[in-house]
Design a protein around this ligand. Structure first.
Ligand code: NAP
Length: 247
């Protein structure tokens, strides 16, 4: 019997971790699928495919052709479509599917978190909390937050460049993970008095939350979107156990 195929829906550190673990396991092979949003994705162990499938129909066609033993949906907690497409397509074909979803950050008593539904709500309340905001919600949310310019001083951080930013808006192009020291220095350099972040969870983005906590800076947190029902685990090692249990 040939090696069993796992399709990993990727774009996260957890997906990369699972791919590395599976690449070392006899009897398994894996394909990591990336949406192709970041121009220079990190290295991936195993096979790689890039670009959208073409909705549920395209995903169904891919799965029917490749017949993976399982799909591990390790997309980002804020991926709003892919988890639902995977749930629908896997259910239709009877392919086992697992959600690999990193745990949320835990609030400490000294945290000053303000939880909001989305970027639009964040824009509405942000001026109540500070004058200089560090926005870490990615390049796609940038246009929404730019409505606050020049009322607030904006420092936007993203992996990808953001073209045509108005004069006076600061852009910091950087890729996680970040250290606590670097995040503390960034807050100080620009005099940031309010931080905006997705409630992404995970270690790679946690340092900014810790830096804000240490400095008593409020954090406006965008809530996670809902997830499809089904089995879910928090880290790659649990995903490996689930795969081993498939029989
Ligand atoms: P999304 O809303 O769930 O997906 C939008 C479309 O992108 C999907 O319908 C699908 O296109 C394609 N797609 C998404 N993930 C894919 C994957 N792993 N392989 C192939 N196609 C994929 O997701 P998104 O928010 O645009 O994020 C895109 C990717 O970036 C995700 O894989 C996610 O893990 C990663 N990411 C997202 C965030 C975030 O904050 N949203 C942060 C870090 C990383 P088709 O319908 O054509 O198949």
């Amino acid at each position: 019997m040939g090696a069993r195929l796992v399709l990993i829906l990727g774009g996260t550190a957890e997906a990369a971790g699972l791919a590395r673990a599976l690449a070392d396991r006899p009897g398994w092979r894996n394909v990591t699928s990336l949406a192709g949003r970041t121009s220079a994705p990190g290295p991936v162990a195993g096979e790689l495919r890039q670009g959208g499938f073409g909705g549920v129909t395209g995903l169904l066609a891919w799965l029917a052709a490749e017949r993976p033993a399982a799909v591990v949906d390790a997309t980002h907690p804020f991926a709003r479509q892919m988890p639902w497409h995977a749930a629908e397509a896997c259910a239709a074909l009877g392919i086992p599917r697992l959600r690999l979803l990193r745990p949320s950050w835990q609030r400490a008593t000294e945290d000053r978190w303000v939880e909001v539904a989305d970027a639009a709500e964040a824009v509405r309340i942000l001026p109540n909390f500070g004058k200089t905001a560090l926005l870490t919600t990615g390049h796609e949310a940038a246009p929404t937050f730019l409505q606050l310019h020049p009322r607030m001083r904006l420092v936007l951080r993203s992996i990808e460049p953001i073209p045509d930013l108005p004069l006076g808006v600061v852009h910091v192009q950087a890729r996680p993970p970040f250290t606590l020291q670097a995040e503390t220095a960034l807050l100080a350099r620009y005099g940031v008095d309010v931080l905006v972040s997705k409630a992404s969870g995970g270690a790679a983005g946690h340092a900014k939350i810790l830096a804000a906590r240490a400095q008593g800076i409020p954090v406006v947190l965008l809530a996670r979107p809902p997830q499809p029902d089904g089995p879910a685990v928090a880290d790659p090692s649990e995903a490996l156990s689930w795969l081993s249990g498939l029989g």
